[in-house]
Write a protein that binds this ligand. Structure first.
Ligand code: ADP
Ligand code: MG
Length: 374
């Protein structure tokens, strides 16, 4: 069975698709990864959906994202002989509210991924598994992170007993999965969002019309970090919070911090924001680092040479080798879409895909819903 995992993250850079083949014996094989990049116009519209949505734009946004996912699928299927049997689609997150809000004495939390599974299924003529986060939230979880279940399957082999292996994803937000070796296998010790990934850097670049992102971290590499500003940003209470925890772009956004960046050069700001990402990741993994065999990095941040180099230097001081997921056969931009393909397979097997240690849910539940309008 082939399942195509489809993911568009909070960076709004595009849709990643990963086809994986699943066999009866719980084995699977990565087949291919392709990307559909959002045009400038599509990117701007998605940013507007995130920052200033109305009931009307959200309603139409579901159809819009489904159309973009369909265009992505059509481009992915070109030259492919074997089409997938299922789509496992994440959708586009526009708001994530895992913490409890009180309305009329009622406790509420929620997360919104735009995607109309019915429309996507109709347009692609394939059954669609989607709505992956809702079941976990229904049982008190944060609905995130969901990739740890898949990280264990992708990267959990051959970890020495009691040792940790840290899987780090640097997307718009950064998150880690801490795997731990056991005498007969391995387990997920914990997993959580560490804070900003590329998001604040991307925001800053866009705000100042410097481009969508800092290619290879070139601008940051020309700057100098402003220590007192970095210290101020690192005092954010999110970094002190114990896991389970998750966050979103509505919290770590440039609007909240831009006043502190006034009268500082572009390159110094980018250097400071790069260090904010590196430092907050490093602080989050510090409790595990001395017993860790390797740090496996994935996500677009792995392509930011300056950020990767700063992180690598810090890890080397603690004798931790830094690898990329590509060395495990999963290209850095493919890890999350691959995870949703694995979660789609778990859904079909009625296997729970959330880990209460990671999301804070009260129990394990099967994630997703299946629709078919073929
Ligand atoms: N060549 C590159 N140099 C620097 N940064 C990059 C490069 N390619 C991608 N990125 C960064 O990665 C981000 C996309 O990463 P991704 O893992 O897709 O995040 P998300 O899951 O939030 O969409 C871009 O917005 C950009 O910040
Ligand atoms: Mg992306």
């Amino acid at each position: 069975m082939i399942i195509l995992g489809l993911m568009s993250g909070t960076s709004g850079d595009g849709i990643d698709g990963v086809a994986a083949e699943f066999y009866d014996n719980d084995c699977f094989k990565f087949l291919w990864h392709k990307s559909y990049k959002f045009s400038e116009r599509q990117f701007t519209r998605i940013q507007r959906l995130i920052k200033s949505a109305t009931a009307e734009t959200i309603t139409l946004g579901h159809a819009y994202i489904s159309r973009l996912y369909t265009e992505a699928c059509i481009s992915f299927f070109e030259n492919e002989k074997a089409l997938p049997d299922y789509l496992a689609a994440h959708g586009q997150t526009v708001f994530h509210h895992p913490n409890i809000a009180i309305w009329d004495e009622l406790e509420l939390s929620g997360t919104l991924q735009l995607l109309d599974g019915f429309l996507l299924s109709h347009l692609t003529k394939l059954p669609v598994i989607y709505n992956f986060r809702q079941a976990d939230m229904a049982v008190g979880g944060q609905g995130a992170p969901l990739v740890p279940f898949a990280d264990l399957k992708m990267f959990g082999k051959n970890i020495e007993n009691k040792k940790y292996r840290i899987i780090l994803n640097i997307g718009g937000i950064a998150n880690v999965t801490i795997l731990q070796g056991l005498p007969n296998g391995s387990t997920v010790k914990c997993a959580f969002d560490t804070g900003p990934g590329n998001g604040l850097m991307d925001d800053y670049m866009q705000l100042n019309k410097l481009g969508r992102f800092d290619e290879s971290g070139k601008i940051a590499s020309q700057g100098k970090t402003i220590d007192d500003v970095l210290k101020f940003f690192l005092a954010d209470p999110y970094f002190e919070q114990d896991p389970p925890k998750s966050t979103g772009r509505e919290y770590f956004c440039i609007e909240r911090i831009k006043d502190r960046l006034q009268n500082i050069s572009f390159s110094d700001c980018m250097s400071t924001l790069t260090d904010l990402t590196v430092e907050s990741i490093f602080r989050a993994i510090k409790p595990y680092i001395y017993n860790t065999d390797e740090l496996v990095v994935a996500g677009g941040g792995a392509l930011n040479v300056e950020l990767s180099e700063r992180l690598r230097k810090k890890c080397l001081l603690s004798n931790v080798a830094v690898k990329t997921s590509t060395e495990y056969g999963i290209p850095v931009m493919a890890r999350e879409a691959m995870a949703f393909s694995i979660l789609g397979h778990a859904f079909l097997n009625r296997e729970p895909g959330n880990l209460p240690t990671a999301t804070g849910a009260s129990k394990e539940v099967v994630l997703g819903s299946l629709v078919s309008v073929c």
